[in-house]
Design a protein around this ligand. Structure first.
Ligand SMILES: Cc1ncc(COP(=O)(O)O)c(C=O)c1O
Length: 390
């Protein structure tokens, strides 16, 4: 007979099942043996770097995004941005316009190649780069505009295409968070000159490790990206320009091939969960929804709301965490507040919408393996917390 030396904890919170930002174990279980079989196949084949699994993925993912050219698999999403910028001809000293409200990589990639990030404010209601603000930030040295498809919905790609054509500059879409999303019928990469995807494990389509991909409808950009990911090499031991080593691994290609056929269904489940949250929060005066554009097919990489009542956001986060709900802030610090961005010359107040969003947003769990009961629990806990009853 076993005896417990500790008294049972009577508080209800300790009985609660944690609701995490992702559920990788549930995802693995849903895929059954296919995932492990695929990994084993690669281990046995020896095709560890690029190889047939990566080629298949480059083709299938491109087809999924209606790209006429196969994708270019690289080591991660940051490299996808770097390789795409270089493949588009962006060079040191060029100006590239992007969002101050994003994961730092969007702007960091620009600076990494010696170009200069020029920031423009986002729309307060969608948190997406505002095309008018971006246009105002374009100057004679600007060669590219880099909208970020934040939280799983596309920025206004038609507007960015139009302004880029007018100025004869390129559009690079940061598509790290928007696998399968559409705006006005277009997917990432269809209107831009290139799109950069990440397959970090928490993304809507995630590898078992790091991964990234460049998509472009321009054959010249695809050819150059392929060369750049392989030390600028068009053929073995020939180097036409300086590139890097950033090749997608065979193991990751195999994992992504297993997961890709599930992506649309998983995205649909994310949308259904978001619709439940939207309905639950519709009449809540203390919350402001981050809006989906009317022409968007959103894939809710994140479900973000703004805490705009009298209860401070930190208190709301604490209340949710006490309920074992993994609420998070993406992103608490705008790009121009980062120490690494100090030399870019932006003072606090430069981008009021980005700064406000950074103060107000909370992202709630929205992964496709949440049950309806989980969603109800998150919604009720959020409503209680913002009303000071959490
Ligand atoms: C908007 C955005 N851009 C770029 C990246 C960089 O991708 P990775 O982490 O694969 O390098 C991420 C990933 O977190 C991201 O969310």
């Amino acid at each position: 007979m076993s005896t417990s030396l500790t008294a049972p904890d009577p508080s209800p919170a300790t009985q609660l099942r944690p609701i995490g930002p992702v559920d990788l174990a549930a995802e693995r279980a849903a895929l059954g043996p296919a995932l492990e079989d695929a990994v084993l196949r690669v281990v046995r084949s020896g095709a560890y770097v690029l190889g047939p699994e990566v080629e298949r993925f480059e083709q299938d993912f491109a087809r999924h995004h209606r790209s006429p050219n196969p994708g270019v698999g690289v080591a991660n999403g940051t490299d996808a941005l770097i390789v795409a910028l270089r493949a588009l001809g962006v060079k040191a000293g060029d100006h590239v316009v992007t969002s101050p409200f994003t994961f730092f990589a969007s702007a960091g990639a620009i600076a990494w190649i010696g170009a200069v990030p020029r920031l423009a404010d986002v729309e307060l209601d969608t948190a997406l780069l505002d095309p008018r603000a971006a246009e105002a930030a374009i100057d004679a040295r600007t060669t590219c505009v880099l909208p970020v498809h934040l939280y799983g919905q596309l920025a206004d790609v038609r507007a960015f295409r139009a302004l880029a054509d007018h100025r004869r500059i390129t559009v690079l879409e940061d598509a790290a968070q928007c696998h399968g999303a559409e705006r006005d019928g277009y997917r990432a990469g269809e209107l831009g000159d290139a799109a950069a995807f990440s397959f970090y494990p928490t993304k809507n389509l995630g590898a078992c490790g790091e991964g990234g991909l460049v998509l472009s409808r321009r054959a010249d950009v695809v050819a150059r990206a392929k060369r750049l990911r392989d030390h600028g090499s068009p053929a073995k031991y020939q180097h036409a320009e300086i590139g890097t080593n950033s090749r997608l691994q065979g193991l990751q290609g195999a994992v992504l091939n297993v997961k890709l056929p599930h992506l649309d269904r998983w995205n649909a489940r994310r949308r259904a969960i978001a619709a439940r949250y939207d309905a639950a929060f519709a009449d809540c005066a203390e919350l402001t929804l981050v809006r989906a554009a009317p022409d968007a097919t959103h894939v809710y990489h994140q479900y973000a709301v703004r805490v705009t009542g009298t209860v401070p956001r930190a208190t709301v986060l604490e209340a949710l965490q006490a309920q074992k709900i993994a609420a998070a802030v993406h992103y608490p610090t705008p790009v121009h507040f980062q120490e690494a961005a100090r030399s870019w010359g932006y003072a606090p107040g430069a981008f009021p919408n980005a700064e406000r969003l950074a103060r107000e947003v909370v992202c709630l769990p929205v992964h496709p393996f949440l049950s309806d009961a989980d969603v109800e629990r998150v919604a009720s806990a959020t409503l209680a917390a913002v009303r000071g009853r959490g």
